[in-house]
Design a protein around this ligand. Structure first.
Ligand code: SF4
Length: 393
């Protein structure tokens, strides 16, 4: 294949993506330059900030790769109080972040649903509705997603981790709480509820092939996501998947593969938001800056109080940051400037992709039934039948 010719295309086949993911030397440079141009043309040079608040590390699930899985007794569990959460939100608001992300393990109960609702209303009052809220609280029922949306959440992150159902099975216990079909159904619910929907995958997993990764990117395009957060898989000692660590690529190779995934995704989905994730930073201190140069346009400074950050360890060596201090903010701004971008203070940074689609389909509150179709199409191509979440269709 000729890389120059390939990079002029708007869409790629699986084989072409596999070729680009294997690019090295001059071909890799061409790929990265092409992604940077695409980024400048379609999402400008702004980098948007999302203040990340990991408000509890309690989780009912047991994903085989995750450091805070419920069976890991080594983890000290915590739940932030409403006051602690609102102090972090206030910090983000006063620092002109534009958005916060409330992230937790997966907890399903009426009490949890009501608590998140209450927090959303408090955030709305604090900022007079001017602070965007993203939720990342796992699989929930459609009713729960809808209630949270109606109380002020406008974006939701739910990573598919792998779009290959067979690989997904290898990453999760084989029981009704960890079904690929349920994850897919939840992505469908989120679109139907009206959210800007984000997903993502781990890159460099054991058992994962280049074709799997190519399909992951095509999957994101097919279900028409608005945001993506993906990064290298990093093993955690206290997880079952750690036993497969000998199969892994070197960390540097996983890192390079993640950068190429970001670059190809930018070319495939020109106007979505793509996060420069902390997993990149865990391998390379300049990892996030490098991602910003090849297509990423979102940074999520962790504003969880420092005393809790040690306990939200999804993987080993997860960067713990004191991101609520001025020195950190100055260094973050310098990092963004070094990458040739501008820090977009006080801006929501909604995905252009969502804005364009929303213009065509109506307001935020509208039931986006039309946009649900791509998920259903993917389900049918994978011969997956409808799933239930919390007993509800
Ligand atoms: S990946 Fe998410 S749902 Fe799975 S165990 Fe970790 S926090 Fe829980």
């Amino acid at each position: 294949m000729n890389t120059n010719d390939l990079l002029k295309k708007d869409c790629f086949t699986t084989e072409e993506i596999v070729y680009l993911l294997g690019a090295n030397g001059n071909d890799k440079t061409l790929l990265f330059e092409s992604a940077a141009r695409c980024q400048a043309e379609n999402v400008q040079n702004k980098v948007y900030l999302r203040g990340l608040i990991e408000f509890t590390n309690c989780c009912s699930k047991n994903c085989l790769y995750c450091g805070i899985r419920s069976n890991n007794r080594q983890v000290k569990r915590y739940t932030m109080t409403d006051k602690e959460i609102m102090d972090a939100v206030r910090f983000a608001w006063e620092s002109r972040y534009g958005s916060v992300v409330l992230q937790s393990g997966e907890l399903i109960s009426d009490g949890f649903t009501r608590r998140v609702e209450k927090l959303l209303r408090k955030i709305e009052r604090l900022s007079d509705g001017k602070l965007r809220v993203t939720l990342s609280c796992g699989e929930q029922s459609y009713d729960t997603y809808r209630r949270w949306f109606e109380n002020g959440a406008s974006r939701y992150l739910l990573r598919i981790e792998s779009s290959n159902p067979e690989l997904y099975k290898k990453l999760h216990p084989d029981n009704q709480h960890h079904r690929f079909e349920t994850r897919m159904k939840c992505l469908e619910y989120l679109k139907k509820a009206g959210y800007q929907v984000g997903t993502g995958v781990m890159i460099g997993l054991p058992f994962q092939t280049m074709e799997d990764l190519a399909h992951d990117l095509l999957f994101m395009k097919q279900i028409d996501v608005d945001m993506v957060g993906m990064g290298p898989y990093l093993e955690h000692l206290d997880t079952p998947l750690y036993a497969c660590r000998h199969q892994l690529l070197s960390k540097e190779n996983r890192f390079q593969l993640a950068l190429k995934m970001i670059a190809v995704l930018r070319l495939l989905m020109k106007d979505i938001n793509i996060a420069a994730t902390t997993a990149l930073q865990a391998i390379d201190p300049m990892g996030r800056e490098k991602a910003l140069k090849v297509g990423a346009n979102i940074i999520m400074p962790n504003i969880t109080p420092g005393r809790y950050q040690d306990f939200y360890t999804l993987y080993e060596n997860m960067p713990c940051t004191a991101e609520d201090n001025e020195d950190y903010m100055a260094s973050l701004e310098a990092l963004i400037t070094l990458a040739g971008h501008e820090t977009a203070y006080g801006e929501w940074g909604d995905s252009e992709h969502y804005r364009r689609r929303d213009k065509g389909q109506g307001t935020r509150k509208k039931d986006l039934t039309e946009s649900v179709r791509p998920v259903s199409v993917w389900l049918s191509t994978k011969k997956i039948k409808g799933a239930t979440v919390n007993g509800k269709q």
